[in-house]
Ligand binder design. Structure first.
Ligand code: SAH
Length: 357
């Protein structure tokens, strides 16, 4: 019979200490494991040279470090971004994207297999939600990508597949592991979690104060238009969201980033700037404009001229804005284009057909 091995990646220092003790070793061996896995980025027990040789052999029988396998060689695009397709232990697949100099060495990671939120413009939404990723599956994306691109990563953005605040606990635990200076060591200012605006998650965030920044996917300035493209707006309309965000801004004492996909005729009008100005009153905000990437929906991207004009209006009304460079489009690795197409297990086909649960 095949015994299921313990996957160590994703375990905290305390959990690794308990694991070592369960294996009949002293507690400090757990700390050594922690350092090897996260700080020294070891992928096999052979590399852990300060562990007793006999224990290393035993460890290899009962445990493994990693949680992901690369499903196929990464694809390199002309703009040097790379899309990685990983197979999880149960055969499902997720994607991570390496974005060099954007700014810093950035990896865009997934928090769920698929997504339940159903945003009209997003390819991942079409999959429906399969399941949450574990802490290990989240953290492993960073370490696996780093190993394969052979460059130290400096920035992590939770902007891949899934809604991070819909997998709140695992995502928050992952931010602690990513940030620990005795472990992976990514600066808290360089870990960004992007959300559609799940208000209960934002409330919890203020209590837990994780080492990361929050970005809000706004994309429209009236309830009617936002609900048209983002069903979540029916549950958390703009006044509810912004009431929470006002408290959030006060709490973080930092600016809040708003992502805003430019969609022709829907959100690139003069009155959208007026509305934005009202919503963003008393919130130190940065508006991050994104070109709509093609995902087969009927929505049309704003023209370059319309984007320029919109940026001018924003700047004139005193709002800070930037236009995000679109990377990875040719390999469908850009924002909102992540979609794992093959293979699905037959048992999962139903979830696929039904869409979001
Ligand atoms: N669920 C989270 C994180 C994943 S999406 C969220 O929505 O914030 C990361 C960013 O990509 C979001 O701002 C999302 O709105 C954007 N995005 C989704 N589909 C897109 C598309 N077709 N073109 C451009 N950006 C898109």
């Amino acid at each position: 019979m095949l015994l299921k091995k313990n996957i160590l990646i994703g375990l905290t220092r305390e959990e690794l200490e308990s694991f070592a003790q369960e294996q009949g070793e002293p507690k400090f061996r757990g700390r050594q494991l922690y350092t090897w896995i996260y700080q020294k980025r070891a992928t096999s027990f052979d590399q852990m040279t300060d562990l007793p040789a006999a224990w290393r052999v035993k460890l290899a029988e009962v445990a493994e470090v990693g949680a992901l396998e690369l499903a196929r060689p990464a694809r390199l695009t002309r703009d040097r971004s790379q899309k990685f397709l990983f197979t999880l232990a149960d055969g499902l697949r997720v994607e991570s994207v390496y974005l060099p100099d954007s700014p810093g060495e950035t990896v865009c990671i997934s928090s769920q297999v698929g997504c339940a939120l159903g945003c009209q413009f997003c390819a991942t939404a079409k999959m429906g939600l399969f399941r949450n990723l574990s802490v290990g599956e989240i953290v492993a994306q960073v370490l696996e990508v780093e190993r394969r691109v052979e460059t130290k990563l400096t920035n992590v953005v939770f902007m891949g597949m899934g809604e991070p605040l819909h997998n709140y606990e695992n995502v928050i635990e992952a931010t602690w592991l990513l940030n620990d200076e005795h472990g992976i060591g990514i600066s808290a200012r360089r870990i960004t979690v992007s959300t559609v605006g799940l208000v209960p998650g934002i409330e919890r965030w203020m209590q837990d104060d994780p080492p990361a920044k929050l970005a809000i996917s706004l994309h429209a300035t009236t309830d009617e238009r936002r609900a048209q493209i983002m069903p979540v707006n029916k549950a958390y309309p703009l006044d509810v969201l912004f009431k929470t965000l006002r408290r959030f801004a006060h709490f973080t004492r930092d600016h809040v980033t708003f992502e805003y996909i430019m969609i022709a005729g829907l959100n690139d009008r003069r009155e959208d700037v007026e509305n934005l100005r009202e919503w963003l009153k008393n919130i130190p905000a940065k508006v991050n404009l994104i070109r709509l990437h093609p995902t087969g929906s009927s929505l049309k991207p704003s023209s370059d001229a319309a984007i320029d004009r919109f940026m001018g209006w924003l700047t004139d009304s005193g709002l800070r804005c930037t236009l995000r460079e679109s990377r990875g489009i040719e390999d469908e690795a850009a924002c909102g284009m992540l979609f794992t197409q093959e293979p699905f297990k037959p048992s999962k086909a139903k979830a696929w057909e039904k869409g979001a649960e």
